[in-house]
Ligand binder design. Structure first.
Ligand code: IMP
Ligand code: MG
Length: 178
């Protein structure tokens, strides 16, 4: 399946499932080595990171926990500069080593907001694990501890990422054909 049609657009295969899983395994091995005595809490950012988190956790062998958050944009709060609200975080994060698990860092705005919202929770340290990074699109300074794959500044779908809600179920990553 080298080309997929999603709604009105066509996307071409760019990163195979095997390549994705290899990159995730490498990241997990680094996490296993770096955080083995830290009992990390992985925080998976829904919806996009669900598939990455599932495969990442299968390669993580150290004692750890996983939880999930959902972010929503709130236009009404934009004037305060706080555009993302975090839902679902009920764990006590005090003193914890946290690893945020995200699908993609594009401008970095989402991640910067999420890290800021963790600021009040007294966490010991925050690491970021992202499946994808678009280095050319970065506008915000965010920690980039565990980056599985760097990609050009093109729109992609698959492996959790969507176009208008569709395409998340694809096992590989596909790039928009202009
Ligand atoms: P940022 O806040 O600009 O870093 O954007 C991050 C969010 O935008 C991600 O969590 C994705 O939901 C979405 N996003 C960014 N680039 C893409 C893409 O190429 N395809 C699908 N979603 C994307
Ligand atoms: Mg996302």
């Amino acid at each position: 399946m080298d080309i997929v049609q999603i709604k009105d657009k066509r996307f071409g295969l760019t990163i195979s499932e095997k390549e994705i899983l290899n990159a995730i395994e490498s990241v997990a091995q680094r996490i296993n080595a770096d955080l083995q005595d830290k009992n990390p809490l992985f925080i998976c950012v829904l919806n996009g990171a669900f598939m990455f988190a599932a495969d990442l956790m299968k390669f993580v062998t150290i004692p750890s926990e996983v939880t999930f958050v959902k972010l929503s944009s709130y236009e009404g709060l934009m004037s305060t500069g706080k555009v993302k609200e975090v839902f679902g975080l009920t764990e006590n994060l005090s003193g914890r080593t946290v690893v945020i698990v995200e699908d993609i860092i594009d401008t970095g705005k989402t991640m910067a907001n999420l890290i800021e919202s963790l600021g009040s929770k007294n966490v010991a340290e925050v690491y970021v694990a992202t499946l994808l990074l678009k280095p050319e699109a970065m506008e915000h300074t965010v920690p980039l501890d565990y980056v599985a794959i760097e990609i050009p500044n093109d729109f992609i779908v698959g492996y959790g990422l969507d176009y208008d809600g569709y395409g998340r179920n694809l096992r590989a990553i596909y790039t928009l054909i202009p």
